[in-house]
Design a protein around this ligand. Structure first.
Ligand SMILES: Nc1nc2c(ncn2[C@@H]2O[C@H](COP(=O)(O)OP(=O)(O)OP(=O)(O)O)[C@@H](O)[C@H]2O)c(=O)[nH]1
Ligand SMILES: [Mg+2]
Length: 146
């Protein structure tokens, strides 16, 4: 699996997604610092919410192959700015999380906002129901060079 770095607002589901992708038991634990979980770099949501910390995500991404911008579909709060993916030196894909809690309209809005941020491709997932997880896992298993 590609080495992934998770980027997204507080409580959007990054840690749960890391646990799910790595076949671990899913249990809540607030992320307090940058943390490596198997081949995944988990990050606290505060790093994308506080502009002064954002740079640390960009620097740390050098250690990874793939950024995942994670957006909670059930929240109307959106932390990514247009074109923000271009700040990273590695490819950025998007994940719309918690699809089980969102309306189709909310899912569509989250997809469009992630596209605007420059993330591609975009996966709609639920760590709870397993929706979209296989497709995301297959994508991450692809060779980094294509
Ligand atoms: N319904 C639903 N809840 C989810 C899903 N994924 C995560 N959650 C819940 O959302 C809450 C936050 O999940 P976390 O994975 O800890 O979020 P995080 O992005 O790591 O948050 P920080 O570490 O604070 O940045 C927890 O209560 C999870 O159980 C999902 O797919 N569906
Ligand atoms: Mg976390």
């Amino acid at each position: 699996m590609r080495k992934v770095i998770m980027v997204g607002h507080v409580a959007c589901g990054k840690t749960t997604l890391c646990q799910c992708l790595n076949g671990m038991e899913m249990k809540y634990k607030k992320t307090q610092a940058l943390e490596v979980i198997h081949k995944t770099i988990d990050t606290p949501g505060e790093y994308v919410e506080r502009r002064s910390l954002f740079h640390a995500l960009v620097v740390t991404s050098v250690e990874a192959d793939q950024v995942l911008f994670v957006q909670d579909a059930s929240q109307d709060r959106f932390m990514f700015s247009p074109g923000q993916a271009s700040a990273f030196p590695i490819p950025v894909a998007g994940v719309v999380s918690k699809a089980d809690m969102a309306t189709p309209r909310q899912v569509q809005d989250a997809i469009e906002l992630l596209e605007l941020a420059g993330a591609s491709p975009i996966f709609v997932v639920s760590a709870f129901t397993g929706q979209g997880i296989e497709a995301l896992r297959d994508f991450l298993e692809e060779d980094v060079d294509g």
